[in-house]
Design a protein. Structure first.
Length: 438
């Protein structure tokens, strides 16, 4: 039996830290090339992998390495004989400090797509970037993971910097903050840490839910907040939940968080997801066909980060295989991410979606009536069912209170004709279908 390498051991810990589809895509074919007391070299499939892995999985790899007992080694990734990219499990202090104020250049307002789900948060963020007011101080942005909180906060930072280049802008994750405080206490330089924080004209603290249980940091945050607030400096917080729902925060801090404006970011609607994909494709200079965009947007509903990474994966695999970005390739390679065939629930979901599109209840589609307000939506539903599922015409007929299969056939012909004449209807129906096609 082959001896287990250090990387094999790290992989075992990594498995439980990344999604299984990611593990299969990115790590299954990785292999240790060599090992010294300082570093471990790992060979991956292509140079694209090198970049993607270190950008997206660095913290999980560092953690897995620490658990596997290699917390002191650098992990270097490469695809041939150069190993340009490294993940260091123990970040040194200077590096942590440098990262504290760095803003991701992509996280700007220009790159932020707005829709119903984030309109208020976006408007509030723009407002505090341009003209701080008591009313919106602090701005507290909450929402689920991967919905754009960090992006929006950093956009505030970028915008303020471009308007007021002299301003001191501090962006910190809660982790940065807690680390700074821990280091400050340990090296007896808390005063310097305080001064640094209080010099901010704009303080952005990301993911404050991670402060829970960190007493010293909570106290420090409280005093920093008071000092900046009294000076009229803008503060922006983010969290995965509204202040009152974060258990384990001190009441006085919760109440400070509620002084200004709390805005939330919801899961983006279909159109917004499509727009985000288009924007991302544009910035990558790739041609994203509508049906591929619809397919990805239909299947990645709850998390923009996953939506983006599904596109990146697809891009990468199209590139590796030398194929075009087509819906077939998308279905093929993203089968895992896109979930199992939801054949059994699909018809019900389709009836719901079509009914709601026309402002009806699903049961109304089944009424025995010749009223156009019912007949037309019913025909659309039949058309969508035929296009998005493998149901036969008699099966489709039965979904509507035992309509004969010729009724279904007639409906489909009718809608096919209408679509040819009416581009707007065509667009609506294409959207509906894309949401359900397996
Ligand atoms: P969160 O901090 O809420 O977990 P992020 O801000 O890290 O989420 O967003 C995850 C990814 O999704 C980022 O790459 C971000 O650029 C992207 N993203 C999220 N919302 C939008 C949006 N409305 N427009 C464009 N990109 C977005
Ligand atoms: Mg974030």
């Amino acid at each position: 039996m082959e001896r287990q390498t250090a990387w094999d051991k790290i992989l075992e810990h990594l498995k439980s830290r990344v999604q299984s589809s990611d593990f299969d895509t990115w790590f299954r074919h990785s292999k240790q090339k060599s090992e010294t007391s300082e570093y471990i070299q790992v060979r991956v499939t292509s140079p694209l992998f090198v970049e993607y892995i270190s950008e997206n999985f660095a913290s999980q790899i560092a953690e897995a390495a620490a658990y596997a007992g290699y917390g002191d080694r650098e992990i270097r990734f490469g695809s041939d004989d150069t190993f340009p990219s490294a993940v260091t499990p123990h970040k040194s202090t200077p590096e942590t400090r440098r990262r504290t104020s760095a803003l991701n250049p992509d996280y700007t307002f220009e790159n932020f797509i707005t829709g119903e789900s984030n309109r208020l948060a976006h408007a509030a963020a723009l407002r505090v970037a341009d003209q701080p007011t008591r009313q919106y101080n602090p701005l507290f942005v909450c929402g689920g993971s991967g919905l754009g909180k960090t992006h929006l906060m950093q956009a505030v930072g970028h915008r303020r910097l471009s308007r007021h280049p002299g301003d001191t802008i501090i962006y910190m994750t809660s982790e940065n903050f807690v680390n700074e405080v821990a280091q400050g206490i340990r090296f007896n330089r808390m005063e310097a840490v305080r001064q640094k924080l209080r010099a901010a004209d704009l303080l952005l603290v990301d993911d404050v839910q991670f402060f829970v249980g960190k007493e010293a940091s909570l106290t420090e945050l409280f005093h920093t907040f008071n000092a900046l607030y009294d000076d009229g400096k803008q503060i922006v917080f983010s969290s995965d939940a509204p202040p009152r729902e974060i258990n384990g925060l001190t009441d006085r801090l919760k109440s400070r968080f509620e002084w200004g404006l709390i805005v939330d970011i919801q899961v983006p609607e279909f159109e917004t997801r499509v727009a985000i994909l288009r924007k991302k494709a544009e910035s990558h200079n790739i041609d994203l066909p509508d049906d591929v965009a619809f397919l990805l947007a239909a299947r990645c509903k709850r998390n923009v980060r996953e939506l983006e990474s599904s596109l990146t994966k697809l891009e990468l695999l199209a590139d590796l295989r030398g194929e075009d970005l087509t819906a077939d390739l998308a279905r093929d390679v993203l089968a895992d991410l896109l979930g199992r065939d939801e054949a059994s629930s699909a018809p019900t979901e389709i009836l719901k979606a079509v009914a709601s599109h026309f402002g009806l209840k699903p049961s109304e589609l089944k009424l025995r009536t010749k009223k156009e307000a019912i007949v037309f939506p019913r025909q659309v539903a039949m058309y969508v069912l035929k296009s998005a599922t493998s149901l036969s015409l008699p099966e489709i007929g039965r979904l509507f209170g035992d309509k004969h299969h010729t009724t279904a056939l007639h409906a489909i012909k009718k809608i096919t004709g209408r679509i040819e004449e009416d581009p707007e209807l065509n667009r609506q129906i294409t959207n509906l279908i894309a949401q359900f096609r397996p």
